[in-house]
Design a protein around this ligand. Structure first.
Ligand code: GLC
Length: 252
């Protein structure tokens, strides 16, 4: 039986979640568009920066969202209000020292910088293949030691994001819910990798995990309210939205 609790906002990751299986993405679009005006607010939350996210949603045929959360929660973009919300970015940059963070990461061997188009003033992203929890702890300790108040997020056994202390997808979601007056327990989130875990950890939020999710996310949501779908990517997200009562159970 689908859940009947109201869903006022749906916040989803893109790669490996709404994108990845083109036919399922097209199904998602079709069902979403059929919901009409009383549909939930739609937010995309991605590790990509906003321009890049806009490009992939168009290429993937996904519906336009009401908000974008870009760069792993470092940017909030409101297309309806003309773009990036400056207050949010300002709040993040307090006690953040990008140059120092980069210097510390560079002092580690085996970590390679991601291309310039993946970086912004609050997001320093790297490739670090198969880093262990102990490696990540060493990096956190080195950042602490250097007086950098940073947060280290590791995804897909490869992507390393070093961000200001408060920057993550979960806090960006809290910010949007606060601005819109949406109670957190009326939000449903979806994602497949480590950078999504902070969304599932927002108190009261319900989640959807597609079958292709990475082990780090499955581990992080073990004790949380997360629906584990059988389908991969958007096929799993459709199942989850049916479970949460957003999508109709029977469709043509
Ligand atoms: C996306 C971003 C990348 C980031 C990763 C994990 O792939 O493009 O910069 O490291 O997400 O958050």
């Amino acid at each position: 039986m689908p859940e009947t609790k109201r869903v006022a906002l749906f916040c989803s990751d893109l790669d490996g979640t709404l994108l990845g299986l083109p036919e399922a993405s097209a199904d998602f679009r079709r069902i979403w568009d059929s919901l009409g005006d009383d549909r939930p607010v739609l937010v995309y939350s991605t590790g990509r920066l906003v321009e890049d996210a806009m490009r992939v949603i168009r290429a993937g045929g996904l519906p336009e969202p009401d908000y974008y959360i870009g760069g792993v929660g470092t940017v909030i973009h409101d297309p309806g209000a003309g773009g990036v919300i400056p207050d949010y970015a300002e709040a993040l940059s307090e006690d953040w020292d990008l140059a120092k963070a980069i210097e510390v990461v560079r002092s580690f061997s085996g970590i390679e910088e991601q291309p310039a188009e993946q970086q912004n003033e609050c997001k320093s992203s790297w490739f670090w293949h198969d880093a262990s929890p102990a490696d990540l702890d060493r990096l956190r300790a080195a950042l602490d030691e250097a007086g950098v108040t940073a947060q280290v997020i590791y995804s897909s056994a490869r992507d390393l994001d070093v961000l200001p202390r408060r920057a993550n997808k979960g806090n960006a979601l809290r910010w949007i819910c606060g601005k819109l007056g949406v109670p957190l327990d009326e939000a449903v989130v979806a994602g497949d990798t480590g950078n999504d875990s902070s969304m599932f950890q927002v108190e009261g939020v319900r989640g959807i995990v597609p079958a292709n999710a990475e082990p780090e996310l499955i581990e992080a949501v073990r004790d949380l309210d997360a629906f584990r779908a059988r389908g991969e990517c958007a096929a799993g997200i459709i199942e989850g939205l049916i479970h949460h009562g957003v999508f109709p159970q029977h469709r043509s």
